[in-house]
Ligand binder design. Sequence first.
Ligand SMILES: NC(=O)c1ccc[n+]([C@@H]2O[C@H](COP(=O)([O-])OP(=O)(O)OC[C@H]3O[C@@H](n4cnc5c(N)ncnc54)[C@H](OP(=O)(O)O)[C@@H]3O)[C@@H](O)[C@H]2O)c1
Length: 247
Amino acid sequence: MSTNFQHRLAVVTGASSGIGLAVCELLLQRGARVLAFSRRLGALESQQARYSEQLHWCAGDVTDIDALHALAERAGRLGAVDYLVPNAGIARLAPGCDLQAFEQQWQVNGAGALNTFAVLKPHLARPASVVFISTFLRQLGFAGLGGYIASKAALSALVRSLALEHAGEGLRLNLVSPGPTATPIWGSLGLADDALAGVASEVNKRLVDGEFLSPQAIAEVVLFQLSNGARGVYGQDWVVDKGYTLQ
Ligand SMILES: NC(=O)c1ccc[n+]([C@@H]2O[C@H](COP(=O)([O-])OP(=O)(O)OC[C@H]3O[C@@H](n4cnc5c(N)ncnc54)[C@H](OP(=O)(O)O)[C@@H]3O)[C@@H](O)[C@H]2O)c1
């Protein structure tokens, strides 16, 4: 799969950090053109100088439908979109009955991802590959993350049906469900440093080598699902979690 990304066009949301950034970097290394979307430029800035011809950035929020239309319009000017990764996501600690917290996370993780696909769909090439990002927790419980998990579980469920609805049009839709991955999202949960260290230490006990995944390890799987190597894979949700969900 080393060459089949050459000159192809990819759109990645949540591209300024973590997993989205790693997906962008890998696509750029493999010769793809990337239209990146996020509210902040963040760590993409260093890639801009290196890949000035290949990398395009569109500032915006996935909860803002006008911003998504601006993204689609920009993509349309660059050409047909071969790969789409609606990756933007947030996680907030809140009691399970806090429906406001659920709604806030659904707007980004669920509706944001689905609206990204809906708005970009007319600009997708045929064939094209779309990889949504769910979570290893989508079928588990985790105290304080009920709203987050529910938003991702609903996304996973919806994408399975969407995959069937669009398979006949040459669109291949799948999901990757990352396990605990070393990105800034953990620091945004709202936990004090010592509490976060405690959670990380408990999580590490369930990982085969005792360490969080790297964003690159998730990005490699996303790129495989995007690639022609995965041409027979439809509507699947691959968990990449160093064994967390096995125990
Ligand atoms: N890290 C993990 O352990 C883990 C595990 C399972 C699933 N995931 C999922 O993986 C995805 C990437 O997360 P990450 O771990 O890489 O976290 P991250 O480093 O915090 O990155 C999140 C990205 O989403 C963007 N974003 C957030 N809200 C947005 C909005 N309203 N509109 C546009 N962009 C927005 C952020 O950019 P701006 O702030 O610049 O907008 C950032 O680029 C998420 O969907 C997350 O739920 C992560």
